[in-house]
Each structure stands twice: as C-alpha cells, then as structure tokens.
Design a protein around this ligand. Structure first.
Ligand code: NI
Length: 175
C-alpha cells in the first residue's frame, strides 16, 4: 500500500463525533486511499477499529482488525454498513475508543450480528460477526451515527469521562 498518510484522530468532545455520516456514493480511488490511511492510522495508534468521523471524514466507512495479537492481520474495510439481523443473546466487553484514549468501560450489545456492506472494490457482502468482531462492528457503526460507547454509560460517568477528555485536549494543545 504505497503513499499512506497517518491521519489526525479527533478526541472527544468534537462536533464531528456527534453527527450522522453520509453514505459513500462511489467506491473509487479516493475512498481506497482513505481506507488505507485509516488502516495505517489505526495500526499506528494502535487500535482495533477506526471510523471516518474519527479522522474528520463524515462518510459511512470504517476499518477494523480484530485478529489475535499472535495471529495474521485481518484488516477489513467496511463501507455503507447496515445491520440486517441481531441475536437476542448479548455479550459484554470492556470497550475503548481511539477518540476517548485510555478509558475502558463495559458495554453490553447483541452477541451476534449480520451486516451488509461494500468492500474496498465496491463489492457487496453480508457477513455474520461474533465475539469481539460483533462488538467492534457495532461500536464502529455507532460512530457513523454520531454515537459513542460512553453514550451507553450513566450520565454521571459520561460527564466524568468528558471532563477528563477536555483536560487531555488542553494538555495536548499545550505541547
Ligand atoms: Ni471508537
């Protein structure tokens, strides 16, 4: 993947992170370049998922890699995702987010989801995701609708985390 560029990851609170993103109209070279940059930025952070609005691109695209640390990489580029089915069974994971660094809180979501999406070639897929993959695709899809994992926490906890992030942003701006 030549000429990849690291993109700046926006930190909560930021208006980009609260908006609904627009569908990708054409899966073209510009979108493929964006996806490659997003993967590079995600691996560099490091993280297991990154969505368009986190790098200020208000389009319905995200990337994930939920492979075991010791296993082969499993990068996925997911464009215009739609959930077509969710299980009644739920799973709880300690979630984190590159836009809310170093905060981890348990979030309960459907354990299995089916999602339709386009890949980086514009080809359509419908796959079932389980375990960490299920949580990751739901967390990333939420980003495309302006929802953060802290929106599932209590108002008090969310306010505490938000003030911590405001402080962090001030520190980062000073450096
Ligand atoms: Ni996130």
């Amino acid at each position: 993947m030549p000429h990849m560029t690291l993109r700046n990851i926006l930190i909560h609170p930021d208006p980009h992170l609260k908006k609904v993103c627009k569908p990708v109209r054409n899966v073209d070279a510009k979108i493929r370049k964006l996806a490659d940059d997003m993967l590079e930025t995600m691996y560099d952070a490091p993280g297991i998922g990154l969505a368009g609005p986190q790098v200020g691109v208000m389009k319905r695209i995200f990337v994930i890699d939920c492979a075991d640390k010791d296993g082969a990489p499993d990068p996925m580029i997911i464009i215009n995702p739609e959930i077509t089915w969710v299980s009644e069974d739920v799973n709880t994971y300690d979630e984190g987010c590159l836009s809310i660094p170093e905060i981890y809180e348990p979030v309960t979501r459907p354990a299995l989801v089916r999602m339709s999406y386009l890949d980086a070639d514009g080809k359509s897929h419908e796959d079932e995701f389980d375990e960490l993959y299920a949580t990751a695709v739901q967390h990333e899809l939420d980003h495309l609708d302006g929802i953060l994992f802290i929106d599932y926490l209590s108002k008090m906890k969310r306010a505490m985390i938000t003030s911590k992030m405001k402080k962090l942003k001030k520190e980062l701006a000073r450096d």
